[in-house]
Each structure stands twice: as structure tokens, then as C-alpha cells.
Design a binder for this molecule. Structure first.
Ligand code: SAH
Ligand code: SF4
Length: 348
């Protein structure tokens, strides 16, 4: 069972067919706007709360919860009904609160430097399992008097490899949790058909593409999917997305010491980014057990950023949130649960 947020509005009405019509509306409102479990829906009669609590169980059970950055970063390890495990990270900033959600348990894409990729694929998450991660983060934020404003699909998994469920979650977050499409970001390693499908959707979400290399020789080594969808095809899909949606495009670039952090790499990246007006997010590589290289030094990170800037490309260095609780990008690999990440064969 994928939990309370898997149910549709019609499904809920059917479940409550023996009740006055307004009860379904109350329960729906309680789940989405109230962020409440049925037992907390005090506007419903107690027997109805009990019944809904059983019919609409939570999809996520807390396996572990940790905080860092003085409480500004919260990470959950969730256990799903079938034993699958995923993680969610909530990050408070001065002006916003962002949740980083998982779209799959594990990932099949096998990027060499990514802890999730090193662990292999588990299964797709249901849309209810994705929505509930956001609900949990929104509840946490509300508990501290803050409002969750942004959702990024940058946790475990490749969102565009689980398109239908991810998109169902996006429309639910937008339509029922009231999150603006401008504040939803899908990050992809470059699943070209998925980017093209996204361009045809009505909701204009932000697109982030994890590039990491600006030539096919290097990208083939870092991102195996590049052999199927090389850089040219990815960029063509990005252009299509931009012309269809007019949304901000960003490139993610994990800066790896001695691998993709030279001036020449910055120049190549600038040449690709400028015509698209793409924003570049630089993330110093987080160390993972299955990949030997290190993140670029702070000086190199700055030089790389400045070189992009001088070439007319807007680049920011992403603050490394929650590194001490393994909450940073690429570190979501269930180590909190003792699950040893597996090294992908022939890498590292
Ligand atoms: N599968 C999607 C989204 C999840 S990964 C994607 O690849 O875009 C989220 C981001 O974390 C991606 O940009 C990914 O390249 C980056 N990442 C993965 N491992 C990392 C590591 N060890 N250090 C820094 N960033 C990493
Ligand atoms: Fe999957 Fe993204 Fe990690 Fe690559 S970087 S293995 S696509 S989660």
C-alpha cells in the first residue's frame, strides 16, 4: 500500500460513500491543506477518524531521523511497506525551506561517483510515497513556524525514469498542497524522452540537468546514460524545453578533483551554457565509498566559478548541507541503516 496520498479524490468519495458528501471534502482538505493524519482530523466524528486511519495508513515509517547545521537540515530515512528504504532531506534557508525528495529506492543509472547509483536499483516509488515525503517535510517546517516552499527531485533515484508517478506527485503537490510550479525542480541525468515529455506538460516546472562533463568522452565515463543519450541530444531536448516552457534551466556539475575541474572544462561548459542562458550549480564532489576521487579544493571551486562568470555564465556553488549526517547530494545511500553501499563493477 502506497499510503494515504495514493488515493484520488474520487477514490476517497467512494470510500466515504455512506457518509454525507462534505465528509470526503473535509478528509481531503485535512490530508492536503491540513497535512493531517486521519486521527488528527478533529472536524470528523471519532469513529470516522478511526476508520480512515485504517483505510489510509501512512506510506512512510521513520527508520531514522537526524539533524545537522544546528537544526537547519533534517534528514529522514524512511522504511516503506515492503522494506524498501529511501531518504528525504529538509533544508531551511533564510528566505525559504526546500525539501529534497527521492523518486526511486536506489537508482539504475550507475553514475560512478554517486552513492545511490553505487547501490543499484531497488524499485520505483509510488506517487503517494513521493507526496508523503513532502507532507512530512511540510509538517516539520510548520512545527517550527516555517512554510515549506520548494521541492527538488534531487534525492535518491532518477525522476524521469519513473515519469508517470513523479508527474502524478507533481500535479498533486501543485494542485492540492498549493506549491507553485516555479518552486518545483526536476533534476535529471539526461533522460531525453522524459525531458521532451516534460516540455509537453501544462505545468512549467524548473529543469535541472546533471551534466558533469561537457564532452562525450568524459561524460561517457562519469554518466553511463550518456552512451544512450549523448550531450548533443540532451542539449537539443533542453532547447526544446526552454522554448516550450520559458523556465529556468540549470546544469548541475559535481566538481571532481583533477577530473572535470580544469580551466578547459570551465571553458567547454561555458560554451554550452551561454547559448541556453543556463545557470550552473557547482557542487564540490561529496566523497562516497565506491569512488576514489575527491572534491575539488575550495580554491579550485572558486576559480572554476569565476571563470564561468567571466565567460558570462551565472554560476553558484551549492552549499554543502548536512554533510555530517550524509544528507548531501550523492550521499543518500542508507548508511544510517547499516546498508553498505555496493561498489558498481569496474568503477572507482
Ligand atoms: N538522478 C537525478 C537526481 C538525483 S541526484 C540526477 O542525477 O540529476 C541529485 C544530484 O546530486 C545530481 O546532480 C547528481 O549528479 C548529484 N550527485 C550525485 N552524487 C554526487 C556526489 N557524490 N557529490 C556531489 N553531487 C552528487
Ligand atoms: Fe542516479 Fe542521479 Fe545518482 Fe546518477 S547521479 S546514479 S542518475 S541518482
Amino acid at each position: 500500500m502506497a499510503g494515504a496520498y495514493e488515493i484520488t479524490r474520487d477514490g476517497l468519495a467512494e470510500l466515504l460513500a455512506d457518509q454525507p458528501r462534505y465528509r470526503a471534502a473535509q478528509a481531503w482538505h485535512g490530508l492536503h491543506q491540513g497535512l493531517r493524519r486521519p486521527t488528527e482530523m478533529t472536524d470528523l466524528p471519532p469513529e470516522l477518524r478511526e476508520r480512515l486511519e485504517v483505510a489510509l495508513p501512512p506510506a512512510l515509517r521513520v527508520g531514522a531521523r537526524s539533524e545537522s547545521d544546528g537544526g537547519a537540515t533534517v534528514k529522514w530515512l524512511w522504511e516503506l511497506h515492503d522494506g524498501a528504504r529511501v531518504e528525504t532531506v529538509l533544508m531551511h534557508y533564510r528566505d525559504r525551506a526546500t525539501v529534497c525528495v527521492s523518486s526511486q529506492a536506489g537508482c539504475a543509472m550507475g553514475c560512478s561517483f554517486c552513492a545511490t547509483g553505487q547501490g543499484g536499483f531497488g524499485r520505483h516509488l509510488a506517487s503517494g510515497e513521493i507526496v508523503e515525503q513532502v507532507v512530512a517535510a511540510a509538517r516539520e517546517a510548520a512545527g517550527g513556524g516555517r512554510r515549506l516552499s520548494n521541492v527538488v527531485f534531487m534525492g535518491m533515484g532518477e525522476p524521469l525514469a519513473n515519469y508517470d508517478r513523479v508527474w502524478a506527485a507533481v500535479t498533486r503537490l501543485h494542485g492540492e498542497l498549493g506549491l507553485s510550479a516555479r518552486h518545483l525542480t526536476i533534476s535529471t541525468v539526461g533522460v531525453v524522452p522524459g525531458i521532451r515529455r516534460l516540455a509537453g506538460e501544462e505545468l512549467p516546472v524548473n529543469l535541472a540537468v546533471s551534466l558533469h562533463a561537457a564532452n562525450d568522452g568524459l561524460r561517457d565515463r562519469l554518466v553511463p546514460l550518456n552512451r544512450r543519450y549523448p550531450i548533443g541530444a540532451v542539449l537539443a531536448a533542453c532547447r526544446h524545453y526552454l522554448s516550450a516552457k520559458g523556465r529556468r534551466l540549470s546544469f548541475e556539475w559535481a566538481l571532481i578533483d583533477g577530473v572535470n575541474d580544469a580551466d578547459a572544462d570551465a571553458d567547454e561548459l561555458a560554451a554550452l551554457s551561454r547559448p541556453l542562458g543556463a545557470h550552473v550549480n557547482l557542487i564540490p564532489l561529496n566523497p562516497t565509498p565506491g569512488y576514489r576521487a575527491r572534491g575539488s579544493s575550495p580554491g579550485r571551486v572558486r576559480a572554476f566559478r569565476d571563470r564561468l562568470g567571466a565567460a558570462g555564465v551565472n554560476a553558484t556553488v551549492r552549499r554543502n548541507r548536512g554533510a555530517d549526517i550524509d544528507a548531501a547530494c550523492g550521499q543518500l545511500a542508507l548508511r544510517a541503516a547499516g546498508g553498505e553501499p555496493v561498489t558498481a563493477p569496474g568503477r572507482g
